[in-house]
Design a protein around this ligand. Structure first.
Ligand code: IPE
Ligand code: IPE
Ligand code: MG
Length: 257
């Protein structure tokens, strides 16, 4: 949670105005591989190296929550061979990063339908989440079998059940209550959403939470995305004027003058 002053100075980033939550749609692995006449899985493997680098710089900058969109509810519709390759890559990654995440003070979390993941992947995730549960420097959320619509549907169902069972009144249903029923309950809303690979859509990512996020698109394919480009986006974030529907702002923290 604490920024490394040297890193901030190096990238000309103000350590007092670091985004609390950055969420990334890591896209373009397949195209990266295609450009090199390799199979798509090679792109996913290369993409996992970018994950390491971006997790590290995020922690150094003092970002509290980093959410990475790794597998969407729609991605189950890809060929079985690609889905299995992604799942084994995920398992390998979680296992190999466990110690290093812990040493860096990073806590692992998941948003999405964990129960739909293969049993062995769930086990590795559970072990790593347990192992890192006491860490406070950064929360790394992996969005796995995640879909914004599924998340909202699930929240509506759970709220409806609470009303039916008389735990809450229908009048108690508020924006805060809905937020509290999402996978991201108790987390700050994303300040920045980044999508690589040139596509300009959210693809079912954090639909509710994205309400006031600053959105960044880059043509860079995920395997080519670097710490430098990430830092330059954080810098640009600090230069943007976040008005939150109000009139004048002195800084990007949303406080009106
Ligand atoms: C992102 O890369 C990774 C996942 C969606 C799992 P893609 O696999 O979507 O790569 P492109 O978009 O086909 O290049
Ligand atoms: C979004 O990328 C999902 C992830 C990055 C995990 P996709 O490649 O699946 O999305 P579309 O098909 O371009 O919308
Ligand atoms: Mg894609």
């Amino acid at each position: 949670m604490k920024s490394d002053p040297d890193k901030c100075l190096y990238y000309d980033i103000d350590p007092a105005r670091i985004p609390r939550h950055v969420a990334i749609i890591m896209d373009g692995n397949g195209r990266w591989a295609k450009q090199r006449f390799k199979n798509r899985v090679t792109g996913h493997e290369k993409g996992s190296e970018t994950v390491r680098a971006i997790v590290e710089i995020s922690r150094q900058l003092g970002i509290q929550v980093l959410t990475l969109y790794a597998f969407s509810t729609e991605n189950w519709g890809r060929p079985g061979s690609e889905v299995s390759a992604l799942m084994s890559l995920l398992k390998k990654f979680i296992k190999s990063e466990r110690l290093s995440l812990h040493e860096k003070g990073i806590r692992l979390g998941i948003i999405g339908q964990k129960h739909r993941l293969p049993r062995d992947v769930q086990n590795e995730l559970d072990i790593t989440m347990d192992y890192t549960s006491g860490n406070r420097d950064m929360l790394l959320n992996l969005a796995l079998s995640y879909g914004g619509r599924e998340e909202i549907t699930r929240a509506v169902r759970s709220i409806a059940r609470d009303v039916m069972e008389g735990k809450i009144l229908w009048d108690d249903i508020s924006e805060e209550l809905i937020s509290a029923h999402l996978y991201t309950a108790n987390q700050p809303e994303p300040d920045m959403i980044i999508r690589t690979s040139g596509e300009m859509r959210l693809s079912n990512f954090l639909l509710w939470q994205a309400g006031y996020a600053e959105i960044f698109f880059t043509k860079t394919l995920w395997p080519d995305f670097t710490e430098q480009e990430f830092a330059s986006m954080v810098k640009e974030y600090q230069d943007r004027d976040r008005r939150f529907g109000k009139v004048v702002c002195s800084s990007n923290d949303g406080s009106p003058q």
